[in-house]
Design a protein around this ligand. Structure first.
Ligand code: FAD
Length: 723
């Protein structure tokens, strides 16, 4: 130790150390939380937390593309699966048809994440995501059914933690659908607080002296459970007689249970808002399994929580962002084509500014969401496990899906409200709250995980300080503390300089529009980093409980993250015509950041301490990062989506269109025909049908007929309706 550090420790660090410990002023972290915090790693979120993000480094991360094999699978198998699945019929019969199940199994849709050596498809996270995304544009039931076996469950757990003989036996069977898996964690008393599960297994010796486990479980909301053959079960393992010699409480453990085992009850079903994917309670009484059924065998005992947290830390960035991006693209595709086809007051509704405004926002959101999803998957595929980025994606994508599907329905009006085979939106709308609730319910994800855990994970010094305090390691605490103090001063200074220069003092290699956005993002990051340290100082251990403030920090982080991804997309695709999408998406993000910072200023402190923040909030209002999104930009996006087929197909790529008999195909065709016949329609409007030539009149009648067909809604006879 240097003389300086010695003196510092004696006069400053030691007294402070004692005070912090005695008053409990730093956030306490339970063991289950520690496991959650250690699961996954820190990716570019760390840069954004630093206050001085290195954009050259951020943008050097990959932006993935599909392999030839994945592309071929999308073009052939996925197209074929979508074509054979009629979503309306699925809802009527309340299950997927047998031929669909057969195709899913035969073509190994259930084994996308299983490596080829075990009979799976061995797809990248990006490839797997594109499959789920496209299925979601056809049928949410289809997407969920394929998604679940490819997310947290037996296959993933076996692949990462299974014994070789477990992998060799189960993975090929899971890949080709001989086994239908489910994963059972949630219980009546353990939803968001999953670590408090009460299902348990007791170690005992059977009549032959063999060591066995007797399980008692009561699970609910388990997807695929009623038809599953292989249950991935999370339970607390107990050894009351200490047969294994490791103590009585062995902790959360994951095991594979044959669904046909005696004592398993799969007889009941839930009804998740009428969306007919299989979701059910799952009960087990005195179900006997052996130690070999534990994932990882003997060494998997008590490791269940770690397995779950590590898997979720990655999985949150894949499954739900894929279904949600698919749903968002579907919404934008339907709304933008329908608004060309639907005429009111004599013109296509897309020309009304009110509609164009909504479409403009939807288009920009779709651009940003696709960028964020793709960028995140690129990180996962290159081996990163960006836990906070994945949680951001889970939260933001599902919220954006819910909002965009509602916007699309507002645009389609009665056509979106009337159920029937012609309705392309209603079933996706029913599915949107499901995505909000699962894999970490959204309110908790926003207010607890993004910043509460993000701060401890991604902050350059916070976790080291807490650890040093816990380990009573005064030297480590001193080093982290003084580095932290220097960090706060640096960021305070940097945030002020960037505030006064409106970000221009940030040096960047970026060009054109991206240059300016990069500067503003640096400004946002410096302010965020500085204020989060101030919040930590003011609230200490209370930071976790102050969820409203924490949620606002989470909002800032999420916006910075998605904007960085959107800039990356713009750089990679290099399309000048995308500038307007970029502009609206980023202005919207900066406005949300401004709004969140104002909320932080107004709520961070009370009493006398609140005065400086009130002052800061006045300055912030005078010098905001964002600006009003121009109507002109929103209208331009709406126009592009309505009239530029190539642009619409790029923004809403990977949406299932199908053949001539499909409603989506017909809608696009009708929009094209109406755009082509614009002048004829105008002429007829002004001069009457008599003024049209014979060819013009034929075209006019054809487009009117198409239009009429596209605006038709379903109706039912009384018998049909009551059936
Ligand atoms: C259709 C469907 C499918 C599912 N599939 C599966 C499956 O296959 N396997 C499985 O194991 N589970 C599954 N689940 C369970 C799902 O993961 C849980 O629903 C979820 O964890 C939330 O639990 P809960 O519904 O009991 O809500 P609760 O935990 O009761 O939460 C209620 C509300 O409180 C909020 N909240 C809770 N804690 C906090 C906090 N600390 N701070 C702020 N807000 C908080 C939540 O955000 C939520 O808004 C499924 C659920 C559904 C609905």
């Amino acid at each position: 130790m240097s003389f300086l550090q010695d003196t510092r420790i004696k006069f400053i660090t030691n007294p402070l150390f004692k005070m912090l410990k005695s008053k409990g002023l730093l956030p306490k972290i339970s063991d289950t939380e520690k496991t959650a915090l250690r699961a996954g790693g820190v990716w570019i979120e760390g840069e954004l937390f630093s206050g001085k993000p290195d954009f050259t480094k951020i943008f050097s991360n990959p932006y993935p593309t599909l392999s030839l094999e994945e592309q071929a699978f999308l073009d052939n198998e996925v197209e074929a699966l979508c074509a054979m699945t009629n979503d309306w019929d699925v809802f009527q019969k309340r299950e997927l048809p047998k031929k669909v199940w057969k195709f899913i199994k035969e073509r190994r849709f259930l084994g996308m994440i299983i490596p080829k050596e075990y009979g799976g498809l061995g797809f990248s996270a990006y490839g797997h995501s594109c499959v789920i995304e496209k299925l979601a544009t056809r049928s949410q039931v289809l997407a969920i059914t394929v998604m679940v076996p490819n997310s947290l469950g037996p296959a993933e757990l076996l692949h990462n933690y299974g014994l070789e003989k477990q992998k060799e036996y189960f993975l090929p069977r899971l890949a080709d659908g001989r086994e239908i898996p489910c994963f059972a964690l949630t219980e009546p008393e353990a939803g968001s607080d999953a670590a408090s599960i009460q299902s348990y297994g007791e170690i005992f010796k059977d009549d032959d002296g063999e060591v066995k486990i007797k399980l008692q479980f009561e699970k609910r909301y388990i997807t695929l459970s009623a038809i599953s053959t292989l249950i991935g079960l999370a339970f607390v393992l107990k050894d009351p007689k200490n047969i294994l010699g490791r103590g009585k409480e062995l902790g959360i453990t994951c095991a594979l249970v044959n669904a046909k085992s005696e004592g398993v009850d799969q007889s009941r079903r839930h009804d998740p808002l009428g969306v007919p994917f299989v979701n059910a309670p799952l009960i087990g009484k005195d179900v006997i399994i052996s130690i070999e059924d534990i994932i990882g065998g003997d060494s998997g005992i008590g490791e269940g929580w770690k397995m779950l947290m590590e898997s979720l830390a990655v999985g949150r960035g894949i499954s739900l962002p894929s279904t949600s991006t698919g749903g968002t693209k579907l919404a934008t595709m339907v709304a933008s084509t329908y608004s060309v086809v639907r005429y009111q007051f004599g013109i296509s509704i897309g020309k009304f500014e009110g509609i164009a405004e909504v479409l403009g926002r939807m288009g920009a959101d779709t651009y940003l969401l696709d960028a964020s999803k793709t960028f995140t998957l690129g990180a996962i595929d290159s081996g990163a496990k960006p836990a906070v980025a994945n949680a951001i994606m889970k939260y933001q994508s599902t919220e954006k899906f819910r909002k965009n599907i509602l916007d699309a329905m507002d645009i389609q009006g009665g056509g979106a409200i009337s159920k029937g085979p012609k309705n392309l939106l209603a079933h996706a709308y029913f599915g949107s709250p499901v995505a909000i609730t699962v894999e970490g319910a959204n309110i908790m994800t926003r207010t607890l995980i993004l910043f509460g855990q993000g701060m401890i994970r991604c902050h350059p010094y916070a976790y080291n300080e807490i650890e040093a305090l816990e380990n009573e390691d005064i030297k480590a605490f001193d080093s982290a503390l003084f580095a932290h103090i220097a960090h706060v001063f640096r960021n305070g200074f940097r945030a002020s300089m960037l505030f006064f220069s409106r970000g221009y003092l940030h040096r960047t290699k970026g060009q054109g529009e991206t240059r300016r956005y990069e500067q503003k993002l640096s400004w946002a990051s410096a302010k965020f980093a500085f204020l989060s340290d101030v919040a930590l100082g003011l609230m200490g251990a209370d930071l976790k409980r102050r969820e409203s403030v924490s949620g606002r920090f989470g909002d800032v982080l999420a916006q910075m993250y998605m904007m960085s991804a959107t800039l990356k997309r713009f750089q990679m695709e290099g399309k000048k015509e995308d500038e307007v999408f970029l502009r609206v998406a980023l202005e919207d993000g900066f406005n949300k950041i401004d709004h969140a910072f104002l909320g932080i200023y107004q709520n961070l402190a009370s009493g006398v301490l609140a005065y400086p923040f009130t002052l800061l909030s006045y300055f912030s209002r005078l010098n905001p990062m964002g600006s009003v999104i121009k109507d002109r930009d929103l209208h331009e996006i709406a126009k592009l989506l309505g009239t530029d087929l190539a642009m619409r197909e790029r923004i809403c790529n990977n949406v299932y269109i199908g053949g001539k008999n499909e409603k989506m195909y017909q809608l696009i065709e009708a929009a094209l025909a109406l755009n082509d016949a614009k002048e004829i329609i105008n002429k007829e409007k002004v001069e009457g049908i008599e003024a049209l030539s014979k060819e013009e009149a034929t075209q006019f009648k054809r487009v009117r007929k198409l239009q009429r067909k596209m605006i038709a809604v379903d109706s039912f006879t009384k018998e049909e309706y009551f059936r």
